[in-house]
Design a protein around this ligand. Structure first.
Ligand code: SAH
Length: 265
């Protein structure tokens, strides 16, 4: 006779886990523990192979990658996969680059889980802007230079008449601006910031593949950063940091991308 447990498995929990920006050592201890426990891992492209290697060898894996804003799987399909796996009684880790609640659609996935009455937890991760700035030697706040930080997405078409981000307004904030997914539209974004009042000689930095072996960075005045980074072949994934603090990278850059990184245990 089969037990009712087999017929109606207890609903599993879904953990929306931030995997950090790339360097596996920036993973939280909690993320590492959950990876070792999960029956199923659902991940996207920004997650490093060294991190995925921490999963149980017998864990089911689902790649639902999105690259450069393009889709591999519609969001509804990802939501359905999470709900289905949890209903099968599995412990699920939904692993996302950086932090799940910063431009990671973690909010939408958590809503889908809440709507389906699936238990879930959120495990924060080191978001790309914090990691890129730290590894580039840019303090996002500094008593002499900046008292506020803004995270923005540059993915949205800045020429859309109903665009949510009014870039001109951010040109007058005096805050450090951190732009995710901004490379494609960088020319328009930086022009609109200057139209809004941002001085064209304001320091800016582009940091690509921050914290990884492919880490590279470029400093230039905001009036030149789009053109110079394009000429130098910069592209996604990259964070653009704009503000006086960016100039400190000249003095504080410390990271050597050639240095081996990774968890050895
Ligand atoms: N949830 C993620 C962001 C996902 S959006 C987080 O919290 O970091 C994807 C964008 O994040 C990329 O286009 C890029 O702008 C940024 N990004 C992610 N990893 C990065 C890295 N290692 N270096 C620079 N930018 C990165």
């Amino acid at each position: 006779m089969s037990s009712s447990f087999e017929i109606f498995p207890t609903t599993g929990t879904v953990y929306l886990v931030g995997a950090g920006p790339g360097d596996p050592e920036l993973l939280t201890l909690k993320a590492r523990r959950l990876l070792g426990e999960a029956d199923a891992i659902v991940h996207d492209y920004l997650v490093a192979p060294e991190i995925l290697a921490l999963a149980r060898p017998d864990a089911e894996r689902f790649f639902v990658g999105k690259k450069g804003g393009g889709f591999c799987c519609p969001q509804t399909q990802i939501d359905e996969t999470l709900v289905r796996l949890a209903r099968e009684g599995k412990t699920v880790v939904r692993l996302k680059g950086g932090d799940p609640f910063v431009f990671g659609r973690g909010g939408e996935e958590a809503e889908a889980l809440a709507d389906a009455a699936i238990p879930f937890e959120i495990v924060p991760g080191v978001t790309a802007a914090l990691a890129a700035a730290a590894y580039a030697g840019i303090p996002l706040t500094h008593r002499a230079h900046s008292s506020a930080v803004v995270f923005l997405t540059g993915h949205e078409d800045p020429n859309k008449p109903d665009a949510a981000i009014r870039w001109e307004d951010y040109g007058r904030l005096g805050a450090t601006l951190c732009i995710y997914m901004g490379m494609k539209n960088l020319e328009t974004i930086t022009r609109r910031l200057q139209v809004g009042g941002l001085a064209s000689d304001t320091p800016a930095a582009v940091i690509q593949s921050a914290t990884t072996g492919g880490h590279r960075q470029l400093l230039a005045p905001v009036g030149e950063i789009a053109q110079r980074s394009e000429h130098a072949g910069f592209g996604a994934p990259a964070i653009v940091v704009i503000g006086e603090v960016a100039a400190l990278a000249d003095k504080l850059a410390w990271f050597d991308a050639a240095r081996p990184a990774g968890i050895t245990a």
